[in-house]
Design a protein around this ligand. Structure first.
Ligand SMILES: NC(=O)c1ccc[n+]([C@@H]2O[C@H](COP(=O)([O-])OP(=O)(O)OC[C@H]3O[C@@H](n4cnc5c(N)ncnc54)[C@H](O)[C@@H]3O)[C@@H](O)[C@H]2O)c1
Length: 344
């Protein structure tokens, strides 16, 4: 158990893009945590992460990290087809884990991870980073307090991973490989599915979806769109697109009978518009950095207080149920009916 006032010893498994751009700078700035070690199967990546963070312990062997008693928690930041095995191994080794989203590429695998979490008694948080912080709290509280009325129509679109094979071949290869493990709705869509659960507080019950491959060589449809019906009458329209050379700014709007709310991601603000009022919540710092900091603070607090993290495996599985239903509906070109989730 972490002693009050003593930083929690942590390590990172997988030193790729998201670690170098977000997790590392966030961890380095956090006094409640002490980064002890970094690990990657590619030695050069582990060494680079060690150099940048000033931590002199890097390795290509994750077992060294999992057997180190000074390390209480690990961040599993590997691709999602690798993440479940490492997460289960870390939990069994007595570590608390923050694993990146999606926690697996299938519901079955995620259920296996959740079973190991239960058996081990360790804590597992899932990296749904952008549900943390004041902007999402504002949107959720405007909805929950009835300011928009019900039912809601939520419109979310996310476009990312610009198609630029010649200009950035490393990125092209990495994203092409990710598409071999499922369409973008399963990867970036994991965040969106978590947002829909967080905002509606409801279970998805019916999904229709369509996929498009804008180039024949892509292993799965790179443009995905879905309509989702929830058990409380809310509806959502979701679009996730990768590998387009140019794309629009994504939408994030929530429409109700009494008003609308939206998230302006680039201006880091949430806005509520009704007949009588316009209310704004704005961050004074970069939204992504702020969400990573809030996510880390929540994880460390859960470790100190031995509290089940939210979002944890329950939310990770719920997100995967929806994104897998979208992928299945796309593949079958037919609607999918989902069973209502059991509420805690
Ligand atoms: N929370 C967020 O906002 C966010 C944003 C981007 C990516 N992600 C997620 O983070 C994860 C990583 O994404 P990325 O873009 O950094 O990918 P990446 O491919 O750049 O990095 C993954 C790293 O894991 C390493 N690796 C693979 N197998 C390993 C093993 N067995 N042991 C140790 N290291 C291993 C790879 O060598 C690579 O350096 C993905 O699941 C992705 O969905 C989350």
């Amino acid at each position: 158990m972490a002693q009050p006032g003593t930083p929690i010893g942590v390590a990172i498994l997988g030193c790729g893009d998201i670690v170098m751009t977000q997790h590392l700078p966030t961890l380095i700035a956090e006094r409640e945590a002490r980064l002890i070690a970094v690990c990657d199967v590619e030695e050069a990546r582990a060494r680079k992460a060690a150099d940048i963070s000033g931590c002199d312990y890097y390795t290509t062997d994750h077992r060294r990290i999992l057997s180190d008693p000074e390390i209480a928690a690990v961040f599993v930041c590997t691709p999602p087809w690798v993440t479940p095995a490492l997460t289960m191994e870390a939990l069994r080794a007595g570590k608390d884990v923050l694993c990146e989203k999606p926690m697996a590429t299938s519901v079955e695998k995620a259920l296996e991870v959740a079973a190991v979490e239960r058996e081990s008694g360790q804590l597992l948080q899932v990296g749904f980073t952008y549900r943390h912080g004041p902007l999402m709290d504002a949107l959720q509280s405007w909805i929950a307090s009835g300011r928009l009325g019900r039912p809601l129509q939520i419109r979310l679109s996310l476009f990312d991973e610009v198609w630029n094979p010649e200009g950035d071949p490393e990125h092209y290869g990495r994203i092409l490989n990710t598409l071999r493990h499922g369409p973008p709705c399963l990867h970036d869509g994991a965040h969106a599915a978590d947002h829909l659960a967080f905002l509606t507080g409801a279970s998805p019950v019916r999904v229709t979806a369509q996929g498009l491959k804008t180039r024949p060589e892509f292993p799965s449809p790179n443009y995905n769109s879905a309509n989702i019906a929830f058990d409380n009458g809310d509806q959502a329209k979701l679009e996730v697109g990768w590998f387009l050379p140019h794309f629009p700014k994504g939408e994030y709007q929530i429409l109700g009978p009494n008003g609308m709310a939206y998230l302006d991601r680039s201006n880091a603000e949430a806005v509520l518009v009704t007949d009588s009022i316009t209310e704004r919540v704005q961050l004074s710092e970069d939204r992504i950095r702020s969400c990573f900091r809030a996510q880390l603070a929540k994880f460390l607090a859960c470790i100190r207080e031995r509290r089940t993290p939210v979002p944890g495996s329950r939310e990770g599985i719920a997100s995967l149920r929806l994104t897998q239903a979208i992928a299945d509906a796309m593949a079958a070109d037919a609607p999918i009916t989902m069973e209502r989730e059991e509420r805690a």
